[in-house]
Write a protein that binds this ligand. Structure first.
Ligand code: SF4
Length: 213
């Protein structure tokens, strides 16, 4: 397990490097954010923004979305990939919000996680971005970069989430989620990490073990 000192050094370096890291998704309400995050699985934020620009003109409330047919919604979101399951999840979550939460996206983490079609990662992102809660959502970037840094060597996203929560001060969770995503997209890519240009290379387990090897 990474030492608290090292975890804070990495946190400070990534915070300095990405001081304003926030999601690139466009939204104007917690509900729009929820839909955009569901659509963003295995899809770029740019693509999601194009899709939601048209979709939200047709439906941008849970009531309106719940009334769309699966087929109509699929036509809007087709280019995001995984469109069948994403359409199912968006409609299920919208119905749940209308039927169980009076049409308002709930602000509590457990309530968000209870919505049909909303996974742990999506709930954590909405909780932290829309409601200012402390949470770490583990997506593919957070999982990979955390492993390489030695931050969290869990075998599953849930394991990684728990290790990150142990290693980082609570008030840093949300920011570090975004900072690690930025780092994963810009520097620590899956196939060819730019270790020579990385601000945390001296603290990185993967980099140091390769140097030694
Ligand atoms: S040193 Fe390389 S592997 Fe480690 S975090 Fe930086 S880019 Fe990723």
């Amino acid at each position: 397990m990474i030492s608290k000192k090292k975890a804070l050094q990495i946190t400070d370096a990534l915070t300095k490097e990405y001081p304003d890291s926030t999601p690139a998704l466009k939204y104007s309400s917690s509900y729009e954010l929820l839909v955009a995050v569901i659509l963003s699985a295995q899809c770029t934020d740019e693509r999601v923004n194009k899709v939601t620009e048209a979709l939200f003109k047709r439906a941008n409330t849970p009531e309106a979305m719940a009334k769309l047919s699966q087929e109509e919604l699929e036509k809007y979101i087709f280019s995001c990939g995984l469109y069948r399951s994403k359409a199912e999840h968006i409609i299920s979550a919208s119905k749940d919000i209308v039927e169980k939460f009076g049409g308002e996206v709930p602000s509590g983490l457990e309530d968000l996680r209870s919505l049909a079609g909303v996974g742990r990662k999506t709930a954590n992102v909405v909780y932290s971005v829309a409601f200012g809660g402390d949470a770490i959502a583990v997506d593919t970037h957070v999982f990979r970069v955390s492993q390489r840094l030695g931050f969290a060597e869990g075998k599953t996203p849930l394991d990684t989430e728990k290790r990150l929560m142990e290693a980082l001060p609570k008030e840093k969770w949300s920011h570090m989620h975004h900072a690690i995503i930025f780092h994963g997209r810009r520097v620590c890519s899956a196939r060819s990490p730019k270790c020579d240009a990385c601000v945390v290379s001296s603290l990185c387990k993967y980099y140091n073990s390769r140097k030694r090897g």
